[in-house]
Every structure is written in C-alpha cells, then in structure tokens.
Design a protein around this ligand. Structure first.
Ligand code: NAP
Ligand code: HSE
Length: 438
C-alpha cells in the first residue's frame, strides 16, 4: 500500500518559492523513487494572485493571506520563501505552534531569530531546516553538521554571496560598471529584496553567523560579525591586485584561534593560484578546515531559483523521511546538543590578524616612499612589497601599493591614521585584507 502524500504549503512564490514548486512538479517521479511518497503542494501564498509564476499554479490553491497557509489543517511542511524578518518570523512561529515542520531559505531569519525559532520547534517536536539559507545549492550545512561531525573545525572561509561575486567577476572580466551588473543580478533573481544586503556584506554576515554556529557550536551572534561590503572597491585595485598575483573576492571568514573566534566578512586579496580565487560569477565556494580531514572545498551555484530550490526540496525530503518520529532522535538544529552550545569569546574588531594591501595616493615628490616605509618600521610591521606606479600623463599624484605581512588589524589602523595625516598624501588610504588560505 502506498503511503499518503506529504502535503506542503509555500509562503511566497518569488524566485525561491516558485523554483521550489516547479522543481517538485518536474522531478516528482525521481523524488518519489527516493522517498517512496509523493510530495504535494497544497497551497501557496502570494501578494499578487494574477502574476505569472513560471510554475503550474492550477494544481494547488493560491491565497493572498499567508496565515491561511500556516493554519491549513492538512499541511505537514511549510516552506517560508517570503524573506525579511518580521512577517517571516511571525509566520514561522505560527506554523511551529500549529505543529508544522518548517523549511526556510531565509538567512536573516535564522541568523537573527534562530535561537527563538529552534526553542519553539523543540517544544512542539517539529523540524526547522535551512540548507538553502547558505550557499544556495551547495549542501554546506549538511556537510559541516553531518559530514564533518568527527572534526574540530578550525576554519570556514567562503565566497557566500552570489550577487557580490557576480558583480566582482563582471567588473574584473568585462570592465562593467557596478550599478549595471547589480541590476542584472536583480533581474536574474540573485539579489536580496534590498540589494544593499548583498553589496554591504550583510547577507554574507547572516550566512557566516550560521556557518560559525554550526562549525564551532557557538550561539548565533550576528552582531559580533565584522562586516564590510564591496561597494568601496575600485577597478584600479582589482587591476593592481592582479599585477601582484592576487584576485579580490568577498570572503566570510570564521576562524578558531587561541585568543578566540574571528568572525569577519570583507573583500579579500587571495593568491590567484588558490582554487577559491577562481570561483567566478554567481558560484559560491566554502573552504572548511577540520583537524582530521584537513581542507575541504564545497562549490556550487550560490543563488538563483533552481539551485536554491534544490536545497529546499532536499530539506523537504529529509523531513518527510522522518515524519512521525521524535525530534530528540534527529540531528540538532545547529549540529551540537543544545546544552553543549558554548559561549566562546568572539574577538572584537581590530583584534584579528591579517596581511594587508594598501593603496596610497601621494604627491610625486622625492622622499615619500621612505616616509611611508618608516611608518611601518616604527610600528614594527614588516612590508612584503612596496611599489610606486607610473603617474598618469599630466598627473602629479601617483599610487603607492604596499603589501604588509600578517599583523594585528589595530596596528594597520594606526598606520593608516599616520599616513593620512602626511602632507603629501592626497586621499584616504584604500585598505584590503590579504589572506593566503594555506
Ligand atoms: P522574492 O523573489 O522577492 O519572492 C518573495 C515572495 O514572497 C513573493 O512571491 C512575494 O509575493 C511574497 N511576499 C513578499 N512579501 C510579502 C508580504 N509582506 N506578504 C505576503 N507575501 C509576500 O524573494 P526570493 O528571492 O525568492 O527570496 C526569498 C527568501 O529566500 C529570502 O529570505 C532570500 O534571502 C532567500 N534566498 C534567496 C535566494 C535567491 O537566489 N533569490 C537564494 C537563497 C535564499 P509577490 O510575488 O506577489 O510580490
Ligand atoms: N542574495 C543572495 C546571494 C541569495 O546573492 O547570495 C542567495 O542567498
């Protein structure tokens, strides 16, 4: 006798929600072969009931009231694909209180409200799965939480925003203007509803918050992530970095050190020979270093309808396999037992170490190079390279590029203040961190 279909309600039929409905429809037979049960979308909520969704909306009910989905008595699993924090949180908590399992792609929701949501889910004996919240179609949550559960994780470093990587790649390869590429990323469905989340690094910081919790068994602490986006990057830095053998990527880094955990998101120069330096377009890649396994690299599409839907549907399949079983037998939400989540210290801003790329615009006069070099000598910061570029025709300013060795961020901040006060320095110093990831 065949088992009853698992019934699904979807909140939002935008890029992710419609992609999920489409994938469930197109691959229904293949999914049945794996699960032994049908997955059936019963109802979905949208704001505009007339819009074309790119999936068959005839086979399920459509409503403009999302509460109808979470209160629907026949629904087993609610997929939250509305985005944002306030309404999404309200709906997810209501679904949980109604005894429904939840799948979400919403990293902001998990990073900011995950602890409260997991506690409610525990109380109501339901699952909350969020594979699609990080790395789009890459199963990075499952890989760290389950595949690497034997390891002490030392480092997670990743390109975790598809829109940002798409913009950087198009700027570098085609010399395209930032705003044009961002607009294309929005049309392709990669960008957040508020794209400043992508360009200012907030989306990557949400994702890093989740990755760090799963990697180190620490609480979700978005407010402790140092966050810098890509909007301050200039094409000239992309070009100079290449001349020096580096690529600029926007990285999220979570690192376990003797002095505490580093949580930071910022543009980073990476040696071009590293695999991760060659991850282009909307692709994401996450390097995870475990004490037993060593380095592992997880790669795939980081945004877009079907790659994201691939992760959402995988979560639906996982929950469906366990329907009716006790949550106590399941994998803990963050991969660690709730009472073992440790409050390890997160290093404050300025207290982490990195190497640095600095671009200083100076008057083309004798002695400036030695003045710059002496600032670093005084602070006992070693320089790996110092290069003066040729001045453009008719220009009296030149760019000086410095690469430092690894040092405390606070030392570099102090060096930059001194340099910016020098009479021959023409503008603010451009600072980009350098990571060798070896
Ligand atoms: P989207 O295309 O803007 O879709 C949002 C959907 O939610 C739309 O169907 C919209 O209805 C509905 N909606 C929005 N606000 C609503 C409200 N106040 N009341 C009722 N319905 C509302 O967004 P998305 O790109 O699919 O992203 C959804 C979530 O997935 C976000 O948390 C995002 O961060 C995450 N995510 C996105 C991607 C990606 O590649 N796009 C990848 C991974 C994770 P209408 O269509 O009728 O306006
Ligand atoms: N806006 C996000 C990105 C969607 O570009 O990575 C995937 O999380």
């Amino acid at each position: 006798m065949s088992k009853q279909a698992v019934k699904i309600g979807i909140l939002g039929l935008g890029t992710v929600g419609a992609g999920t409905a489409r994938l469930l429809q197109r691959n229904a037979v293949e999914i049945y072969r794996r699960l032994g049960r049908d997955l059936r979308v019963e109802i979905a909520s949208v704001r505009d009931e007339k819009a074309d969704r790119g999936c068959d909306t005839e086979s399920f009910a459509l409503t403009a009231d999302p509460m109808e989905v979470v209160n629907h008595p026949g629904i087993d699993i609610v997929v939250e694909a509305i985005g944002g924090e306030t309404l999404a949180k309200q709906l997810v908590l209501a679904a949980i209180a109604n005894g429904k399992h939840v799948v979400t792609a919403n990293k902001a929701l998990i990073a900011l409200h995950g602890s409260e949501i997991f506690a409610a889910a525990e109380q109501h004996n339901v699952s909350v799965c969020f594979e699609a919240a990080v790395g789009g179609g890459i199963s990075i949550i499952k890989s760290i939480r389950e595949g690497l559960s034997a390891n002490q994780i030392k480092l997670v470093a990743g390109i975790i925003n598809g829109t940002g990587n798409f913009i950087l790649t198009e700027m570098r390869n085609k010399g395209r203007i930032f705003e044009d590429v961002l607009q294309e990323a929005q049309q392709l469905g990669y960008a957040e509803a508020d794209p400043s989340f992508d360009v200012d690094g907030i989306d990557a910081a949400h994702k890093l918050t989740i990755l760090a919790s799963i990697a180190f068994g620490i609480p979700l602490q978005f407010d402790k992530v140092y966050c810098e986006g890509i909007s301050g990057l200039q094409l000239v830095d992309v070009a100079y970095a290449e001349e020096l053998g580096y690529r600029i990527k926007h990285l999220g880094i979570a690192k376990l050190t003797a002095g505490g955990i580093e949580l930071r998101v910022h543009p980073t120069l990476i040696p071009e020979k590293r695999l991760i330096a060659n991850v282009d377009g909307v692709m994401n890649a996450v390097l995870v270093k475990g004490d037993a396994v060593g380095n592992t690299l997880h790669y795939g599409a980081g945004a877009g309808a079907e790659p994201t839907a691939s992760s959402v549907v995988a979560d639906i399949v996982d929950i469906s396999r366990n329907l009716g079983s006790d949550r106590a037998c399941h994998i803990p939400f963050l991969g660690f037992q709730a009472d073992s989540i440790a409050e390890l210290e997160v290093k404050p801003d300025g207290q982490f170490e990195s190497a640095y790329y600095l671009r200083v615009e100076v008057n083309d006069v004798a002695g400036v190079m030695s003045q710059l070099a002496s600032v670093f000598a005084d602070l006992k910061v070693s320089l790996e390279a110092i290069t003066q570029k040729e001045p453009a025709r008719g220009e009296t300013a030149v760019s000086v590029i410095l690469i430092t060795q690894r040092t405390l961020e606070a030392q570099i901040t102090s060096a930059i203040s001194t340099i910016e006060a020098m009479p021959d320095v023409r503008s603010a110093v451009q600072r980009i961190r350098v990571e060798h990831l070896d």
